[in-house]
Design a protein around this ligand. Sequence first.
Ligand code: GTP
Length: 602
Amino acid sequence: ADISKIRNFSIIAHIDHGKSTLADRLILRTGGLSEREMTHGQVLDNMEIEQERGITIKAQTVRLEWNGYELNLMDTPGHVDFAYEVSRSLAACEGALLVVDAAQGVEAQTLANVYQSIEHDHEIVPVINKIDLPAADPEGVRQEIEEIIGLDASEAVLASAKSGIGIDEVLQAIVDRIPPPKGDRDAPLKAMLVDSWYDPYLGVVILVRVIDGVLKKGQQVKFMQAGTTHLIDRVGCMRPKIEQLPELSAGEIGFITAQIKEVAETRVGDTITDAKRPAPAPLPGFKEVQPVVFCGLFPVDAADFEKLRESLYKLRLNDASFSFETESSAALGFGFRCGFLGLLHLEIIQERLTREYDLDLITTAPSVVYRMHLTHSKNEPAQVIELHNPADMPDPNRIEMIEEPWIEATIYTPDEYLGPILKLCQDRRGIQKNLTYVGTGAHQRAQVTYELPLNEVVFDFYDRLKSITRGYASFDYHQIGHREGDLVKMSILVNEEPVDALSMITHRGTAEARGRGMCERLKDLIPRHMFKIPIQAAIGGKVIARETISALRKDVTAKCYGGDATRKRKLLEKQKKGKARMREYGNVSIPQEAFIAALRMG
Ligand code: GTP
């Protein structure tokens, strides 16, 4: 294609401001789909519908034709957990549509996304969406964009994606204001691997942005970071239906297939070059993504273990960024230790396992990756291990120092919720960095920045934030590295025996409160026995919280075993069935359900 007629752009927005609806409108207007196909739902982010249509699960990029221009609309994952994927998608574009809800104004993710876009030198076109709403205040939002973000919004496009207002203006603004890509068609091939996914018909499909040179069917290419070579067997684009093309040239975005079996062989950010005429150097910015949040996933019904394994394999076909390995727990039986890019990523996988694979699962407390510095003598080299599972914690005597990951969080909130938010952050060991007010009048909001240990955020922080602000605050974060922390492993003991699935790593200062909470819950969940059962939370040998389940009175059990023969037999049968799911702690049998309930409540 003629490079001067190409425009590559993405749409950035806070959740629910109308990104998908606008994308659908642009596709509809430029003829990619008919109104009838459209009414089946949102094209860019509805997995089930897309599967049915046999298009592709992740129609990540759509090519639009508009007045002789080739517009490549790149969809970016909407959440901070996928920050690296987002950054690669943005690196593949020259501009962005900034969609802001005319009634809501600028929110935390709007800003986080805009800053990233600015870092990639994008030309940003503000679009004030939902102007059809009675509560719309386009003028106020325009000012907000100028004041808070510092963008010139005098030429912001006013639109309603839902009612189809301002769509041609948006398309024209893309052509007029976003610059064409730069690149040299005759230089050696250099293409960025932006994303990849598994398609049941095509195998692994790779989304690429060609920087220089040309990609063609039959070409032998090399993945510079992975060091592998592949033969390209398809080249094309999505409109959003798949269309094969003779080539993709400098400046273009499209897909290739190369008989690759697993998504894990393709690394986002890798450089694809010609095997015979390679580029002198790979593209900058390659990064290998690592899971940062780990937890155990166990089937509630032990019989579902194999089904869970298969489901995890299937999900991994499309998401090489999460990891899993088998784990066995005395309390919960067999399951998997899984690693995720963040809490939301965890929730997405959990949700898909439940909804798409119909699994009933129990999740252990999420844990971050700790760096354990082990003690060593002078002539030994320093030894640092990464800990993903509290169960693997080394003997405290062998630990010299523990480091934990920290994040910088930005929260936007109406003023009235500021007090409780500051308290929440403070309780979670937060360090306040900044507090300002943005916007004016009804749109005024406080913007607070905190440094927080990630460990404190994975533990119900979102839920608390949501409930204390009734959903009015928005939250965004990025990692800022590891710092030393006064961290301990807290064990929960039932009848003097530790319950592995309930142990956790926590800050010394919050251990007692968390330990007490868990003991109280277990006290209500564990059935009474003939004797007293102590439930304790302990750090090393030191008990920091304790509850006691009182003993049953003798005559109560006596009554159970009385009665007629059939009733007695039924009771025994029931007990036998129950036995399989009982876990023994000392001489205490505890139904697995008690642990599950304790974790669910936590
Ligand atoms: P995520 O996919 O969750 O990130 O949200 P999104 O930004 O893609 O927003 P989406 O397009 O799903 O729109 C969110 C809601 O706003 C939906 O209920 C849309 O129907 C509605 N919506 C989108 N555009 C408009 C608009 O112009 N006017 C009105 N009234 N509603 C709109």
